[in-house]
Write a protein that binds this ligand. Structure first.
Ligand code: ADP
Ligand code: MG
Length: 669
């Protein structure tokens, strides 16, 4: 089972390289490279009786040719299929490997759509399987995801080559009868019927859930063993703090703060995730936690993903903490006297340091780090978060508060994050007006957006205009930041238009952001560098060009840059082609509720991608199963039983190995 793939027949160095790149290194990995779907070749028709629509035929293939079509990047492979009753033309696009797939005397099954193309009926891009293989399996054929030169049929052959080795697969879980796992894996690859295949996959989904939940559980138990300094809750000081704010906390903020205080009062490190939609006021919650920790004599580190954001937090929080004689420092790549700041941190002269990756370097040492706050935590890898956590005094772990604006769908919360403490800000500060979102086509810019721009500027409000690329690139049709800036300047010579992007020097970026926050810029043309967290309440219009090129969550984040003040805000999603807008954009037009959108996103993209967005893609789930609450409940119950017997951890060694990767994801420190 642990043999390298190179030991298999049909795998040379080249194929081994492709496989390795996709995580298939050993025979065991082949078992878990499950089919993405199954094709049902039952009941083929004779060529004489086929009608337009989906068809399955069985026949031989004649001479096969591939040519380049006039349009660039398109290859056309053509051939004829024949059986006893007739012939039919077959075409594949961009599948030139088909030309080498067939052996002349053998029979194959073809499944595809029979349709009219250029005045002639033909079979379009059919799936193919060897007749002998199809008939062995009762008509059902697995389909594997192709990886580079390795196509589904190659995987089929390779898996068939390790057929005997399925027997070596050990049991993984005590909660199911012996042999269940090997049988399920085998049947997922070689099913006798669709029903059998689905049952096998259900079991494997259960196994996966079991691993996820167990990982979360173990993390929690491990965290409980760590020691932290307790933070005392001082009600009179909190009152003083709140009295100085220009607003009152929302109920959701109060609740989150309360939950955090209770965690920090313990001598076990807090490990809490604060989730709140963009603009829900996470920073103030973090500010209160910071305040309380500093009062208890501890240092606090706040890690932000960008320098712009760090600076903004710095300015906002400094203002609140300084009246209490607390010292706040900023540490980013652009900080002039890094050495001096670091010295002051080590000497304990700094109570709160806010910074970017610069905080993570080994020479940033604390004298009494008691609380770590990570803003937009999904932007950081596990190692980075751990680095900070290790900066506490020996033998102690800091309390940890991670914040994210990517709401985790409820279904994920039950599994992956089931054992994590989560606070949710599901309420917006008072007075916010919902952002109106509209999909526009690029050709509507002058008619619809130009007047809007003028109105906005006249009302002394500001505008973000987001572009995909920085420079122009002839191969792509997207309008770049520079091009858009030129166009807007030509159109509105009297407006103050500036651009901002990630390749500019930090000092330039800061300068422009500063001007924008002071209201000295009317339109800021930018890339997604402003995506995270930037807070300029006076900006009320967000225009996103080539909106189809962004993910749902990303647009939602961008949109959250407006709607922060009291003015009614607008978001325009520009699309270039004539195609109907995607479901993604339509959902964004319909709703501004991040939690709702996260559910939609989960359904549309599958959980693997959501995790990816959350956690740098450390996790890829093989089977989408996170919406099955009954299965989740069962796995959870079985995990609890599993943990009752400490011997299990030793006995089910493979299980314990599998879950380390999940453990990284479900831990915050
Ligand atoms: P996010 O959750 O996206 O990080 P912020 O913490 O940046 O949101 O808050 C967004 C804006 O709302 C800030 O200008 C902040 O001062 C303001 N804010 C926070 N809490 C409240 C509140 N309870 N009432 C009114 N405004 C608030
Ligand atoms: Mg924020």
């Amino acid at each position: 089972m642990d043999e390298k793939v190179e030991s298999l027949r049909g795998v040379g160095p080249k194929r081994a390289e492709i496989l390795r790149k996709h995580g298939i290194k050993t025979v065991r990995d082949f078992f878990y490279n499950l089919p993405r779907d199954y094709e049902n070749y039952e009941r083929p028709m004779s060529i004489a009786e086929i009608r337009p629509g989906k068809v399955v035929i069985r026949g031989k293939i004649g001479k096969i040719t591939t040519r380049r079509a006039q349009r660039r990047n398109l290859s056309v492979t053509e051939a004829e299929i024949s059986d006893k009753t007739g012939r039919v033309k077959v075409v594949w696009f961009n599948q030139s490997y088909r030309a080498k797939q067939f052996e002349p005397e053998r029979e194959y099954y073809f499944m595809g759509s029979y349709e009219l193309a250029r005045g002639r009926f033909c079979l379009m891009s059919p799936a193919v399987a060897l007749a002998t293989e199809v008939e062995k399996s009762g008509g059902l054929q697995p389909i594997y995801v192709a990886h580079g030169a390795l196509k589904s049929h190659d995987f089929k052959r390779l898996v068939a080559g390790v057929r005997d080795k399925f027997n070596e697969i050990p049991d993984l879980l005590p909660s199911v009868p012996a042999g269940t796992r090997k049988k399920a894996l085998f049947l997922a690859h070689f099913p006798e019927s669709l029903e059998v295949a689905m049952r096998a996959r259900d079991y494997l989904a259960y196994e996966e859930l079991f691993e996820l939940i167990l990982a979360g559980r173990l993390n929690r138990l491990e965290n409980e063993k760590l020691k932290a300094k307790a933070v005392k809750f001082r009600v009179e000081k909190v009152k003083e703090f709140l009295a100085r704010l220009p607003f009152v906390l929302t109920d959701a903020q109060k609740k989150a703060v309360w939950e955090i205080f209770q965690d920090m009062e313990r001598k076990v490190p807090m490990n809490r995730l604060l989730q709140g939609d963009v603009g829900s006021g996470k920073t103030m919650v973090a500010g209160l936690a910071t305040f309380m920790a500093i009062l208890s004599g501890q240092q606090v580190a706040l890690l932000a993903p960008t320098a712009i954001l760090a600076k903004q937090h710095f300015e906002g929080i400094k203002q609140i903490l300084e009246p209490f004689r607390m010292t706040v420092a900023l540490l980013t790549g652009a900080t002039k006297d890094k050495k001096g700041v670091k010295k002051a941190i080590l000497a304990g002269q700094i109570n709160l340091v806010i910074g970017t990756h610069a905080l993570l370097t080994d020479d940033t040492e604390f004298c009494n780090l008691g609380l770590v706050i990570i803003d937009e935590q999904h932007r950081f890898g596990v190692e980075q978060r751990q680095k900070l956590a290790l900066k506490s005094p020996k033998g102690l772990a800091p309390h940890l508060l991670a914040m994210t604006a990517t709401p985790i769908p409820r279904s994920l919360q039950l599994t992956v994050f089931g054992d994590l403490e989560v606070s949710i800000l599901n309420q917006m500060p008072k007075g916010r007006k919902p952002i109106k979102t509209e999909i526009l086509r690029e050709i509507e810019i002058s008619e619809r957006l130009y007047p809007k721009i003028l109105d906005t500027v006249r009302a002394k409000q500001q505008i973000y205009w987001v572009c995909k690329a920085i420079d122009d690139n002839s191969a792509s049709e997207t309008v770049s930041v520079k091009k858009r800036t030129e166009k807007l300047k030509a159109m509105f010579p009297r407006l103050r238009i500036k651009f901002l992007h990630g390749r500019m020097k930090q000092s330039e970026k800061d300068e422009i952001m500063e001007q924008f926050s002071k209201g000295l810029v009317d339109i800021l043309v930018t890339t997604t560098v402003i995506e995270v967290g930037v807070d300029v309440p006076n900006a009320s219009v967000m225009i996103i060009e080539n909106a189809e090129g962004y993910g749902l969550a990303q647009i939602h984040q961008l949109r959250g840059r407006v709607g922060r003040g009291t003015a009614k805000s607008f978001c325009y999603l520009l699309t270039s082609g004539d195609l109907e807008p995607s479901r993604r954009l339509k959902e964004l037009e319909k709703s501004t509720d991040g939690f709702y959108l996260a559910e939609v996103d989960l359904k549309m993209r599958g959980p693997g991608e959501i995790y990816g967005a959350l956690q740098h893609g450390v996790l890829d789930l093989r089977i989408a199963s996170l919406t099955d609450t009954r299965l989740i409940a069962r796995a959870r119950r079985d995990v609890y039983n599993f943990l009752k017997n400490p011997e299990n951890m030793v006995k089910y060694n493979e299980l314990m190995q599998n879950i380390t990767k999940y453990q990284q994801i479900t831990t915050l420190n």
